[in-house]
Design a protein around this ligand. Sequence first.
Ligand code: SF4
Length: 201
Amino acid sequence: MAEAFGQFQYPTPPLNRPGGAQSVLLAEFGREEREHKMRVTLDAYRDYQDGIRPAGPGAKELIDFFDFVDGELGQVGAPNVKRSEQEVMNLLAKRAGALHLGQANHCWFLDPSRALCLKLAGHSARDATAPLIGMCDSARCPQATHHAGHRPVWASAARNKKVFIASIGRAQKTEKTRLAADLARDERVLSEIDAAAGKGA
Ligand code: SF4
């Protein structure tokens, strides 16, 4: 038996095999995760169509990809005809499969050799099949994008840093300088998200 979502086909193992019930649960979890990634990718594409662009170092690549999707859909039929959700999902499927969801960013893990987290951890990109989300530096990684949904995380981080900086004594100058640099990064990310969403100054 297989279940389909977009272009994906998921084999479902028999329950009477040892570990079969666990395998079914894992398959179900995997299916839900893939569907969630597909929905998130579709949301990003719909935002793009509504003029709400992604921000972050990977934004241009993602916008170029969405431009390509639009072009493909335009070639399939007459312009101004709204394409079916399934056609759109078929074009987005591969990109959605590379998506890893962080709290503060989307990670489009298409090319391990460009993953900043792997470089920072000193890991070889050759055999890597997933990013090291815990080492993510999305403000600098070329595979990261920031979206409006990530704004509260960055805003909260910036607020907390301001409180810390105000409470640090003069003797901790190095720590204060480090926090100030991090705060500047947070505020830059926030202004980029706002500008990409058309809310910039
Ligand atoms: S640094 Fe972040 S965005 Fe870049 S590959 Fe690693 S987890 Fe993904």
